[in-house]
Design a protein around this ligand. Structure first.
Ligand SMILES: Cc1ncc(C[n+]2csc(CCOP(=O)(O)OP(=O)(O)O)c2C)c(N)n1
Length: 562
């Protein structure tokens, strides 16, 4: 038999699944793997990150924008622990990320080897599938299982541990084969039961004011054409969660925009409350989307719940009709079932959406023109809206960027154009995620919007952006405080501000020290020229905007404690 080393087999298995990029950071236990990556002709580009946490966020964003599995890697012990935040974010957001940790030799276990850690136990609660490989011959089947689990059903993250000796032991070359279809997601889509579709159609037809709320599912399933067709057939207002932005072009007359406590507003909430039937599509109806299960009101609204994951259906709302299946296939089936059965179109949807949007945007537009200093977040959003092309990629952190962009930035193309980490909202996501997003979609204008708190978490990756020469425009929304938490102290704790403020940073100068072009903006009049110059630079660029803090702002946030 022809033999490969374990590391060689591992690389060929990634190649066989169509992997083109790996994001990672080196370590002792990874040396055989790195050597195989160096020697073999595999067509995979390795992107060196400066922190494994960033590598995982890069892989996550890369997967979101490409529809392919994102791969990140790090060494045993510290590397394995530093990858975790990105892996859990991906898993909870139904994004397939393969985390590869190398590990101490199987033969050294239990002997107090530097970096020893039970990496399988560590990853168990954070992944959909997880295995530390004990014998090299298991490598091909382990990779196949990981890809099957990551990209079928509800997508999710997987972890594979690759011990040092396993990387060097022999593998039969004949065992190295892969189905490249499993490198993309969703793979092997599952269609819903016809009876469930018929019941859903009947329920929807019997409703007077139905409303659709899209979670991340329709974006992952690429269901925007079918969604739009269904909305137009039924004159159905379409709301989304933050992860669901991109399910429908937000300038469509039936697109209501984001609902919920983060990015929803009283005007969009009113439409939710008026609905007599809500279709939850690829949406878990979690605390943020539903304003802690108040809007819509459980028990008072009829619910049709469509999801690829049967476990989420009925978790939060008494459900009249449960439909299990891929979002695109479910919508296609609904369209077929409803054909010819919808009474002549009612204008209700469009008129109601238009009114809600006009009311919501009136107050925003006023603030977006404001010449106040510190600069209002509304003005930043409006300026980005003016300058960015329709198909730009916007990557955002928690804090000020997320609610403001969700509420007021209009993503005018369906599909994944907004990348943000809504499972955990951990700070420091946007800067590294923008790297993965830009590498995944090199032709798109890419902007990362982050608070100065988030900047502090991620600034080390400025070197990566500069080294790779990635033309990403970073916008730092600088207010010298962990503003979201300060706003929570204002709204719920009598303005007892405790341990939230930090020293104002010179973010432009930090970027310049990395060789990145940068602007600092304090005067609102300078904002547009600085952002325009940054976007036109064709090179890494950063704009540091001294911004009104959230606790003084009129943020589109109904609850600070989600
Ligand atoms: C890793 C992590 N730790 C803590 C939090 C809790 N948290 C949510 S928002 C926020 C403040 C964000 O500050 P900043 O990035 O400066 O943005 P701002 O809210 O000021 O706009 C914090 C600390 C978090 N989301 N992630």
């Amino acid at each position: 038999m022809n033999q490969l080393s374990g590391a060689e087999a591992f690389v060929h298995m990634l190649q066989g699944h169509g992997v083109r990029h790996i994001f990672g950071l080196c370590g002792d236990t990874s040396l055989p793997l790195y050597d195989a990556l160096y020697r073999l002709d595999h067509g995979i580009t390795h992107v060196l990150a400066r922190d494994e946490r960033s590598a995982a966020y890069m892989a996550d964003a890369y997967a979101r924008v490409t529809g392919r599995v994102g791969v990140c890697e790090g060494p045993s012990g510290g590397g394995a622990t530093y990858l975790l935040p990105g892996v859990v974010e991906a898993n909870e957001s139904a994004i397939p990320v393969l985390a590869v940790t190398t590990d101490i030799a199987v033969g050294s276990r239990g002997r107090y080897v530097l970096t020893e850690l039970d990496q399988e136990a560590l990853y168990r609660p954070l992944t959909k599938w997880n295995r530390v490989i004990d014998r090299a011959e298991e490598i091909p089947q382990t990779l196949r299982a990981a890809f099957r689990h990551m990209t079928t059903g509800r997508p999710g993250a997987a972890h594979i541990g690759l011990p040092f000796d396993v990387q060097k032991d022999p593998v039969d070359e004949a065992a190295v084969h892969a189905d490249p279809a499993l490198g993309e997601f969703p793979a092997r889509r599952v269609a819903p039961e016809p009876a469930a579709i018929e019941a859903a159609a009947a329920a929807i037809l019997s409703a007077e004011r139905p409303l659709l709320i899209c979670g991340g599912g329709p974006v992952i399933a690429g269901a925007w054409a079918e969604l739009r067709a269904l909305a137009e057939l039924l004159e159905l207002p379409v709301a989304t969660t933050i992860s669901g932005q991109g399910s429908i072009a937000e300038d469509h007359p039936l697109a209501l925009g984001v609902v919920g406590s983060n990015g929803g507003t009283p005007e969009t909430r009113a439409v939710v409350d008026e609905a007599d039937l809500v279709i939850l599509l690829g949406c878990r109806a979690g605390s943020v989307t539903t304003e802690r299960w108040q809007h819509p009101a459980p028990g008072e609204v009829r619910v049709v719940h469509i999801d690829v994951d049967p476990a989420v259906i009925g978790a939060n709302y008494p459900t009249e009709v449960a439909v299990v299946g891929d979002a695109r296939l479910a919508l296609l089936a609904l369209l077929e079932t409803l054909a010819g059965r919808v009474p002549s179109a009612r204008a209700f949807g469009r008129a109601r959406v238009a009114r809600a949007k006009a009311e919501k945007l009136a107050a925003y537009r006023e603030l977006a023109r404001s010449d106040e200093t510190p600069i209002r977040p509304e003005r930043i959003v409006a300026t980005l809206q003016e300058l960015l092309p329709r198909d730009a990629l916007v990557v955002a952190d928690a804090g000020t960027p997320c609610p403001y962009l969700s509420a007021y930035y209009e993503f005018r193309e369906a599909g994944r154009h907004f990348v943000t980490n809504r499972a955990h909202g951990a700070l420091g996501y946007a800067l590294p995620a923008a790297i993965g997003a830009k590498i995944g979609r090199p032709g798109a204008t890419c902007v990362a919007v982050m608070g100065d708190g988030s900047f502090g978490f991620a600034a080390g990756e400025l070197e990566t952006i500069a080294r790779l020469g990635l033309p990403i425009t970073m916008v730092v929304v600088a207010n010298a405080t962990f503003g979201w938490i300060k706003a929570g102290q204002r709204s719920g704790f009598g303005e007892r501000y405790f341990a939230v403020d930090f020293t104002p940073g010179q973010h432009a100068r930090i970027a310049e020290a990395y060789g990145i072009r940068a602007w600092r903006v304090e005067d609102p009049a300078d904002l547009r020229p600085a952002l325009a110059a940054a976007l036109e630079a064709g090179a890494p660029a950063l704009v540091d905007v001294v911004t009104q803090p959230l606790h003084e702002a009129r943020a589109p946030v109904s609850e600070w404690i989600a």
